[in-house]
Ligand binder design. Structure first.
Ligand SMILES: CC(=O)SCCNC(=O)CCNC(=O)[C@H](O)C(C)(C)COP(=O)(O)OP(=O)(O)OC[C@H]1O[C@@H](n2cnc3c(N)ncnc32)[C@H](O)[C@@H]1OP(=O)(O)O
Ligand SMILES: O=C([O-])CC(=O)C(=O)O
Length: 379
């Protein structure tokens, strides 16, 4: 064997690498489109509820009326979190980021799960149902505890969307707002091998359980290059504050070669499939609230980014202002993404578990040549 074998091709960031097959969803960057189980995501968003889409992602088919009722009954009856978790949440630092809070809460739910340690497909699916049901309760409990407010009890009669507003905001808003929120949940639910989903699959590949995979997925989603961008977008829009200075603000980002949050995508290079639908519903929220400031700044940034850099917005760009206009505080935006993406993550955990091979790539060594360990006095 040669002393200096030729350096192999390094796929930094795994750009362009097909790491496995998957039947959960399909991203088609050449047509800016996305399907879940073969259905166009914008059609699902316009015609289905988030619960129907969650069922689709986990079963590969849309539910019939009886299956949907059973799914809703099963998940809505599981929304309560344990008194132990409520106590733990009350001990969280009040300035903790809600993403760190939900990551820790999901990890804790793994500790107390009745089937902890059972990684059979049936047990993983039951655990996913419990997490899907309890994540909004845990997000809301941490948010309210940090503000010194009473933790609201989930209402099993509410739809998924109604329950989120009820728990976090203490009210159920008008139907247009609920619809826009449900649409955001559907659009955020699944997106092939993005960083957090691949993280969840990687954890699963060692034989670890669903709560471990989802905890790791949440950790990955928090980063500003991924899910954390929806919060960063709103901070950016608020920093600009006035459409009149949006162009000048953007130019200074270009001058500093800085990232503009909510733009660019690893896979889509000519437009994110989900943006037109989310933008339409963000516009509706601006009408409901009678405040066009954020959508106007967004329009200017999107036009300028396209003209000057040929870079399109991603889903986080319209989702950020949409959530703000729905009345959510900015640090809740990425946790809301978690409440949706648990469905896609879990679908991938099931798929990975059903045909598993340990994920373990190679690294090309660039450190010092082998050398003797020097005695302490010689270091
Ligand atoms: C739900 C989601 O996770 S969607 C993604 C959310 N993330 C963001 O919005 C953060 C901002 N965007 C980015 O950081 C990137 O576009 C990513 C991380 C999403 C994708 O990164 P990559 O696939 O590695 O894209 P890459 O870095 O190769 O970009 C290509 C070129 O466009 C530029 N570019 C890409 N995105 C941006 C941006 N948001 N602002 C400014 N320039 C950008 C890059 O600097 C690079 O320029 P160069 O060729 O002159 O070096
Ligand atoms: O696919 C990606 O890399 C990021 C993304 O849009 C998502 O996870 O929804």
């Amino acid at each position: 064997m040669s002393e200096n074998p030729e350096k192999p091709t390094i796929y930094k960031g795994l750009v362009g690498v097909y790491a496995d097959v998957s039947s959960v969803s399909k991203v088609m960057p050449e047509t800016n489109s996305l399907t879940y189980g073969g259905y166009a995501v914008q059609d699902l968003a316009e015609t289905c509820s988030f619960e129907e889409v969650a069922y689709l992602l986990w079963h590969g088919e849309l539910p019939n009326a009886a299956q949907l009722e059973a799914f809703k009954a099963e998940t809505s009856s599981q929304r309560e979190i344990s008194p132990a978790l409520q106590r733990v949440i009350r001990e969280f630092p009040h300035d903790a980021h809600p993403m760190d809070a939900i990551r820790t809460a999901v990890s804790f739910m793994g500790l107390e799960d009745p089937e902890a340690g059972d990684v059979s497909d049936a047990a993983q699916r039951r655990k996913a149902m419990r997490l899907f049901a309890k994540i909004p309760t845990a997000i809301a409990a941490a948010y309210r505890a940090a503000k010194g407010q009473e933790v609201a009890a989930p209402d099993p009669k509410h739809s998924f969307a109604e329950n989120v507003f009820h728990l976090i905001q203490g009210r159920v808003p008008q139907p247009e707002v609920l619809k826009a929120f449900d649409v955001s949940m559907i659009l955020y639910a699944e997106h092939t091998f993005n960083a957090s989903t691949y993280t969840a699959r990687l954890v699963t590949s060692s034989g670890a359980d669903l709560h471990g995979a989802i905890t790791a997925g949440i950790a990955s989603l928090k980063g500003p290059l991924h899910g954390g961008a929806n919060e960063a977008v709103m901070h950016m829009l608020k920093e600009i504050g006035d459409p009149k200075i949006a162009r000048e603000w953007l130019q200074s980002r270009f001058d500093h070669k800085a990232l503009v949050m909510g733009f660019g995508h690893r896979v889509y290079k000519s437009g994110d499939s989900r943006v037109p639908t989310m933008r339409k519903y963000a516009e509706k929220m601006a009408e409901v609230v009678q405040d066009r400031t954020w959508m106007e700044i967004s329009r200017i940034l999107a036009d300028e980014m396209l003209t000057k850099k040929n870079i399109h917005p991603n889903l986080d760009f319209p989702a950020g202002p949409a959530y703000y206009l729905m009345g959510f505080e900015i640090p809740l935006f990425t946790p809301l993404f978690v409440a949706s993406r648990i469905t896609g993550w879990a679908a991938h955990v099931f798929e990975q578990g059903a045909d598993n091979r340990l994920i373990r790539p190679l690294s090309w060594y660039t450190g010092p040549e082998q050398r003797p360990v020097p005695p302490m006095a010689a270091r």
